[in-house]
Design a protein around this ligand. Structure first.
Ligand SMILES: NC(=O)c1ccc[n+]([C@@H]2O[C@H](COP(=O)([O-])OP(=O)(O)OC[C@H]3O[C@@H](n4cnc5c(N)ncnc54)[C@H](O)[C@@H]3O)[C@@H](O)[C@H]2O)c1
Length: 268
């Protein structure tokens, strides 16, 4: 297998949600390797100055805005000449976890955490192809593999993001782009602020943001197309092994072969 160009001097990365906990840790690690980093996040003074402090460029972006995703990628190419890696990392979770299902909040979470990823892939794909191939790394979650009863919207969005990564992987691999999903358990960023006291009271370990960022860098360097990397405290980063589903059987009991047109070209 040929891997995309590694993170290093001359390469350019875009990080959505780049001023958050994982985004800042990732920006630091990529800047240490002299990667040019464009941090894309909601347009606030705080986010602009975070990018500045990290030695990164800032692009205002709401990932739920399709046209804005395209515009940010166009700007990255115009200003930096290329795009090698897109980290689709912006995300939110539900603000409350009672037994009611707040449909507006559900849709908002899915819009950011799933459709933000779909729009991001659509926008970044042609630019990375023009750069000769590269990486798309989606920050999903363990909740996408093991749904959280407290947050159905988040679970659906992250599960959908993992399915999207796996479904897109063969076609992207054919043009030299590796797409992977990062699936951390609970990690030490602002997104867990609302429930942080619960972890502290139960002495439940949370993952340092730098550990997740290291897995994100490794996914660019050596990720396997369609892989979902689980990160858990005390366990490290491990590729999740998906169980297969039962195959269809013919009338005579043999395994039925899926029609060729439904298989990715690489498996025909
Ligand atoms: N921290 C954890 O426990 C954990 C675990 C698994 C997955 N994740 C995922 O990691 C990713 C990064 O989150 P984090 O933990 O760094 O939390 P965070 O809250 O520190 O960062 C999230 C970032 O996303 C940005 N964002 C939110 N909505 C946006 C939008 N519409 N457009 C653009 N940017 C937007 C925020 O401004 C923020 O900078 C998220 O996708 C989150 O779901 C976090």
């Amino acid at each position: 297998m040929t891997f995309p160009p590694p993170p290093g001097p001359g390469s350019v990365a875009l990080i959505t949600g780049g001023t958050g906990g994982f985004g800042r840790a990732l920006t630091q690690q990529l800047r240490e390797r002299d990667v040019t980093v464009v941090v894309a996040d909601l347009d606030t003074e705080r986010n602009r100055s975070v990018a500045d402090e990290l030695g990164a460029h800032f692009a205002a972006l709401d990932v739920t805005d399709r046209a804005a995703n395209e515009a940010v990628v166009a700007r990255v190419e115009a200003e930096h000449g290329r795009l090698d890696a897109a980290y689709l990392n912006a995300g939110i979770s539900a603000a409350k976890s009672d037994d009611e299902l707040d449909l507006e909040e559900f849709l908002r979470v899915v819009d950011v955490d799933l459709f933000g990823v779909v729009y991001g892939v659509q926008a970044a794909r042609p630019a990375i192809r023009r750069a000769g191939g590269g990486a798309i790394v989606v920050t999903a979650s363990l909740a996408g593999l093991s749904p959280m009863a407290t947050d159905p919207g988040y679970s659906v969005a992250k599960g959908g993001a993992i399915a999207f990564v796996r479904s897109m992987a063969p076609r992207l691999a054919r043009e030299g782009t590796t797409i992977t999903a990062i699936c951390p358990g609970f990690a030490d960023t602002a997104i867990i602020d609302r429930i942080r006291h619960e972890f502290e009271a139960a002495q439940f370990p949370v993952i340092p943001a730098a550990e997740v960022a290291a897995a994100m860098v490794a996914a660019w360097e050596s990720g396997e197309p369609g892989a979902a990397y689980v990160i858990q405290p005390g366990v490290g980063t491990v590729p999740y092994r998906f169980k297969g589903v039962p195959s269809a059987r013919t009338a005579t009991g043999e395994t039925a072969v899926v029609p060729e047109a439904l298989r990715p070209p690489s498996m025909r």
